[in-house]
Design a protein around this ligand. Structure first.
Ligand SMILES: Nc1ncnc2c1ncn2[C@@H]1O[C@H](COP(=O)(O)OP(=O)(O)OP(=O)(O)O)[C@@H](O)[C@H]1O
Ligand SMILES: [Mg+2]
Length: 259
């Protein structure tokens, strides 16, 4: 029997002479929010890229529910049930917020392109399902008032909301969020925080990169702290807060006052 989890094992990632990750292991488990924290340049986004197929680790493995998926292409990783957002949002700025959410739904639609061209009944059913599900996600993320606007006309906070909505729409079993709260307003943050917790409550495994420690405390069941490419701490947010090594990383940063 294999336990469900998305895991990095002993992952090392070297760029030229730079060791971005040095034997990093982490587990993302269903129904739990795992925080990934660390200073700028400590390797958090690099780990996301390794977990989602955007980078192939120099060594070490990525496992999905006990299966080795190291080096699988990003589109295969999405199809296997892992959705992500990017630190710099990657949303098509020419489409609308709702259209971006619809895009997120397609990996989970089980009908082929040809069937859809021929207008077969099951393709039409799938299309109805997509539209219904998009409406649900738009409503859940409180996007109704502006979902029809072009992404290029939205504030950074809304663009991030669209990206998270697209990831949620994908019906993934694991959702990886790289600084989803950066640059977003207080109301959007409240909706986002509620949705992140709700994902875990529905049994989805969440990995969250976030600099704001109070948000980490509010949302995470456990945290992994990385510094210059190495894991320096694993435990609960409260344990992390009592750990001087961890808190010293926050000193001098904007998050220090919030810890
Ligand atoms: N494609 C790349 N080529 C070369 N070096 C890279 C590449 N990607 C990341 N790095 C280096 O790897 C290290 C880790 O970067 P990474 O972006 O993973 O950090 P991070 O923890 O996400 O930082 P931040 O909090 O600023 O987002 C840094 O030294 C960075 O310069
Ligand atoms: Mg980063």
């Amino acid at each position: 029997m294999t336990t469900s989890r998305l895991a990095a094992r002993d992952v090392r990632m070297v760029f030229g002479g730079v060791v971005a990750l040095d034997r990093v292991s982490i587990e993302v488990r269903p129904g739990r929010v795992t925080g990934l924290i660390g200073r700028n340049g400590s390797g958090k986004s690099t780990l996301f890229n390794c977990l989602t197929g955007f980078l192939k680790p120099t060594s070490g493995t990525i496992e999905l529910d006990g299966r080795d998926i190291t080096g699988h292409a990003p589109h295969d990783v999405v199809r296997a049930g892992i959705a992500r957002t990017f630190q710099t949002p990657r949303v098509d700025f020419r489409t609308t917020g709702r259209a971006a959410v619809v895009c997120g739904l397609y990996p989970s639609v089980k009908h082929g392109f040809v069937a859809s061209l021929l207008g077969l009944p099951h393709a039409r059913r799938a299309e109805r399902h997509v539209q219904q599900r998009a409406d649900e996600v738009v409503e859940r993320m409180k996007m109704q008032a502006w979902a029809a606007s072009k992404v290029s006309q939205l504030s950074m906070g809304r663009v991030r909301t669209v990206e998270v909505a697209r990831a949620i729409a994908a019906d993934a079993r694991y959702v990886l969020l790289d600084e989803p709260a950066a640059g977003i307003g207080r109301d959007e943050l409240r909706v986002l925080a509620g949705e992140i917790r709700a994902l875990a409550d529905r049994g989805i495994g969440v990995l969250l990169v976030e600099h704001n420690f109070s948000l980490i405390r509010m949302l995470c069941d456990e945290v992994t702290v990385v510094d210059t490419g190495s894991v320096i701490f694993k435990g609960t947010p409260d344990e992390a807060r009592r750990e001087e090594r961890v808190m010293s990383l926050y000193l001098g940063s904007a998050a220090a006052g919030e810890a």
